[in-house]
Design a protein around this ligand. Structure first.
Ligand code: HEM
Ligand SMILES: *[C@@H]1O[C@H](CO)[C@@H](O)[C@H](O)[C@H]1NC(C)=O
Length: 326
């Protein structure tokens, strides 16, 4: 100590600061609910597991949900609020088309509320559910922090600014991720989320009709036209194709192998193969699942820490669909 030349008095002040304030200024921390709700993370895990046993696609939904919550301004559960009166919430945005299983978020929240009412945020539930889902779908085990609070508002109008279009450019995709601190390598890895789940025909027909996109593997295009037989599918009809026909319920690097075989579904998926800023990562992730997992985990953690509400901001919602009554 003497060597450092710090007087003991100021050292203890420093220590006091770390104990009292450092965690608040950092905001999120590991196991934030350790004393307020010690089983919080365990309860989410149990619920995600039970739901996965009953409806496997819930796990897929949690992977998409963290992206759609966190990329739009903040990981604040704004995606979960229901519209009411003339307030159109994020759920109403076209960019959130196809999102499902919101009612099972309520199931998780209810299980938490039984044990610790009013303590665990919906924003943390989204992040914890997605982390468990990644592991259950065969993906990496990811360490995430907790301590987010829930927003008191949600607006459909802002979503387009944050969530890229399925047929947008790779530049717009990369800048959307860059704005939350995720580099091209991380962005490519996160798109690997499209190794699970489905895409409705409305998002595919542009690449199939009137002519098949020359960047499609011709046999694969024939298969997709079978799944999506008309150029103008009724959006209310449940016509879709699996994102990854080979291992549709496994979070793995088959997504990247598909891109190399010209079997990417969305324009942004296939576009990753031909842009010099992303090609090398696609190639390497196709070859090395561990590398994909490491980058997916790294980018997932950054995404999960985007601009959280902490301290006195926001609230802990009692019900994930509604703000608390004042
Ligand atoms: C440029 C970025 C992205 C775009 C444009 C995009 C677009 C889309 C579209 C259009 C669908 C199909 C929706 C439907 O027709 O039902 C979809 C599905 C999905 N997306 Fe993304 N996505 C992006 C990034 C991500 C990221 C980063 C993740 C997670 C890490 C993700 C996870 C998913 C999942 C899991 C599904 C399947 C959902 C289901 O089966 O219910 N996406 N995405
Ligand atoms: C992109 O997709 C949207 C919605 O699916 C569509 O309205 C638009 O025309 C497409 N844009 C291009 C450039 O193809």
């Amino acid at each position: 100590m003497a060597k450092l030349g710090i007087p003991l008095g100021s050292l203890s002040l420093l220590l006091l600061f770390f104990f009292c304030c450092a965690q608040r200024s950092v905001g999120l921390q590991e196991n934030y609910y350790a004393t307020s709700c010690p089983r919080a993370e365990e309860i989410v895990k149990e619920q995600v597991y039970n739901l996965y046993q009953e409806h496997g696609n819930t796990a897929v939904s949690w992977i998409r949900l963290i992206f759609h919550d966190c990329i739009v301004q903040s990981c604040d559960a704004s995606i979960l609020l229901d519209s009411s009166g003339d307030v159109q919430t994020e759920k109403q945005s076209d960019r959130n088309f196809g999102m499902r299983n919101f009612k099972y978020v309520d199931t998780i929240k209810e299980a938490i509320e039984v044990e610790c009412p009013g303590v665990v945020s919906c924003a943390d539930i989204i992040v914890l559910a997605a982390k468990e889902a990644a592991a259950m779908l065969g993906g990496p085990r990811i360490a995430v922090k907790t301590g987010r609070r829930d927003s008191r508002k949600s607006s459909a109008a802002v979503v387009d600014k944050y969530i890229p279009l399925h047929n947008g450019s790779i530049s717009s995709l990369l800048s959307a991720f860059a704005s939350v601190g995720i580099d091209a390598e991380g962005a490519v890895a996160l798109l690997g989320g499209h190794s699970v789940g489905r895409t409705h025909c409305v998002n595919l027909v542009e690449r199939l009709y009137p002519e098949v996109d020359p960047n499609f593997d011709p046999d694969y295009a024939v298969y997709l036209k079978g799944r999506c037989p008309t150029p103008n599918p009724d959006p209310n009809e449940v016509l879709y194709a699996r994102n990854d026909r080979v291992t549709p319920m496994k979070l793995d690097n088959n997504y990247f192998k598909n891109l190399i075989k010209d079997k990417g579904l969305l324009l942004v998926d296939q576009g990753l193969l031909s842009d010099s800023r992303t090609t090398p990562y696609v190639t390497q992730m196709a070859q090395d699942n561990n590398y994909f997992f490491a980058q997916f985990s790294r980018a997932f953690a950054i995404l999960s820490e985007n601009n959280p509400l902490t301290g006195g901001d926001g609230e802990i919602r009692n019900h994930c669909r509604f703000v608390n009554r004042p």
